[in-house]
Design a protein around this ligand. Structure first.
Ligand code: 5AD
Ligand code: SF4
Length: 450
């Protein structure tokens, strides 16, 4: 009997796909999985969205502007879909996991043919067949991914890979919509993760980044006995793995054990992303972060004391509804005292059905003013931190050609500093030594050392 797969065997030949990804590395990694599945069907990748036969938006809803941008981009395809009804327009990701955002697409965007979520990526071929068979829009956000399955994915290049170690989040920070979209925390089995990492190293990958919403609680609810530091150490011992990174770490349960493991294993990168969110203990309590200013500073200082070459990065939200000027001053104080190497800064954005959404927001002009003053405080600190690299020779993994200058390559140090260096693009994917001569608040640059 002819299967549905046989029926559409030739359908995808010569057809192209294009994916636009919003949001975090978790979402980027989901797009890598989707890309593998589409290529397995027969689609080829194109960077030109208008030329694509399958157009996908993999969405984020952590802040409202990502959401609004998505609606705009989807609307702009209305005409394209009318002129070429055979094109398949699809929306996936975190936004589709919440009913409010999904309904906006379902009710207002007829041009969208296929909607799926973050937990049924594996079923994408079946959803596409269903659409092709019926010609009717398909909406399916069921959760049928096996959490330990041997996942296959394309990588952004052949030397850096993301590996999921867990999904979901149980923390319920009062401003955050992620627990609603990605669901409860689940850890993958260590054996599945290790096998995946071993295969990557065998395939020549030099750098692995472990992904989870809160890696420090890895294994907490699982039926196996393994903490995050133990897992990290095991992976770092895979022969041939040059660099191991991870993200994201919640300050409330950053353990001494983790600091020790980082310190004792050379290939674990000396970079730590430790989201602060606010420097005020009162606001942290309102945010349900479960640590206070003192605990944050203690953890950050211990990290730096134990691993002096470590670079520290953070996330900061300005204008949480209960934040006063005094609270904001506490955030500036922590920034000065800790001395971050980099920070992702956000204006608070109310998200539907979160606890904070019930609170009266602060006037936008006040928030903007605080945001500007935050940047005025932290940019000079970043600059100082980067200046410390001048005169030093650092090892850099070259990643890509600079967008602004085709003769310049960009790469990262172990400490995640973005490096610009004049070099031939044949060196992409290689480790090189660079003598640093210059810096800005966001980059360091210099010359190749032979
Ligand atoms: N408003 C602003 N920023 C937010 N983040 C998460 N939720 C919100 C929100 N509602 C930020 C946090 C988090 C990062 C991924 O996004 O700083 O660490
Ligand atoms: Fe990532 Fe959260 Fe955005 Fe989802 S909502 S893409 S988990 S940042």
């Amino acid at each position: 009997m002819q299967t549905i797969k046989d029926k559409y065997k030739d359908y995808f030949k010569g057809k192209k796909y294009n994916i636009t990804t919003f949001g975090c590395q978790m979402n980027e990694h989901d797009s890598e999985r989707i890309s593998y599945i589409l290529e397995d069907l027969g689609y080829e990748k194109t960077d030109d969205r208008d030329q694509a036969d399958f157009i996908l938006f993999n969405t984020c809803l952590v802040r409202e502007n990502a959401e609004l941008k998505l609606y705009g981009q989807v609307s702009s395809l209305k005409r394209l879909k009318k002129e070429n009804p055979d094109k398949i327009i699809s929306v996936s990701g975190c936004m589709m996991q919440t009913s409010t955002a999904r309904e906006v697409i379902v009710n207002n965007h007829d041009e969208v043919d296929l909607i799926f979520g973050t937990k049924n990526i594996n079923s994408l071929p079946d959803l596409i067949y269903k659409y092709l068979e019926s010609g009717e829009r398909v909406v399916d956000i069921s959760s049928d991914d096996v959490k330990d399955d041997f996942v296959k994915y394309n990588n952004k290049n052949d030397f850096q890979a993301y590996v999921n170690i867990m999904r979901g989040c149980d923390n319920f920070c009062s401003y955050c919509i992620v627990p609603q979209s990605r669901g409860r925390e689940e850890s993958r089995r260590p054996s599945a993760i290790l096998a995946e990492c071993e295969n990557l190293v065998k395939d020549g990958f030099k750098e692995i980044t472990l992904l989870g919403q809160n890696v420090n609680s890895y294994g907490n609810k699982a039926d196996f006995n393994m903490t995050f530091p133990q897992l990290l150490e095991k992976i770092s011992q895979i022969p041939g793995l040059k660099r191991l990174r991870f993200t994201t770490s919640h300050p409330k349960d950053l353990s001494d054990e983790l600091i020790e493991v980082m310190k004792n294993n050379d290939n674990i990168c000396k970079f730590f992303h430790l989201p602060l969110q606010s420097g005020s203990s009162k606001v942290l309590k309102d945010m349900n972060r479960k640590y206070d200013q003192e605990k944050y500073i203690e953890r950050a200082k211990k990290l730096k004391r134990e691993i002096p070459e470590l670079a520290l990065s953070t996330d900061i939200i300005v204008g949480y509804p209960t934040e006063t000027e005094e609270d904001f001053q506490e955030t500036l104080k922590v920034c000065r005292e800790v001395g971050f190497d980099q920070a992702y800064t956000f204006k608070y954005s109310p998200r539907p059905k979160t606890r904070a959404a019930k609170l009266e927001p602060i006037d936008e002009t006040i928030v903007q003013d605080r945001f500007d003053r935050l940047l005025d405080t932290i940019y000079p600190i970043f600059n100082e931190k980067n200046k410390e690299y001048i005169g030093k020779t650092v090892e850099v993994l070259l990643e890509s050609v600079s967008k602004n200058n085709p003769q310049v390559l960009t790469g990262r140090t172990d400490s995640f500093k973005l490096v610009h260096v004049k070099a031939d693009k044949s060196l992409i994917g290689q480790f090189v030594k660079v003598k640093i001569t210059d810096n800005t608040s966001f980059t360091i640059s210099g010359d190749l050392v032979e």
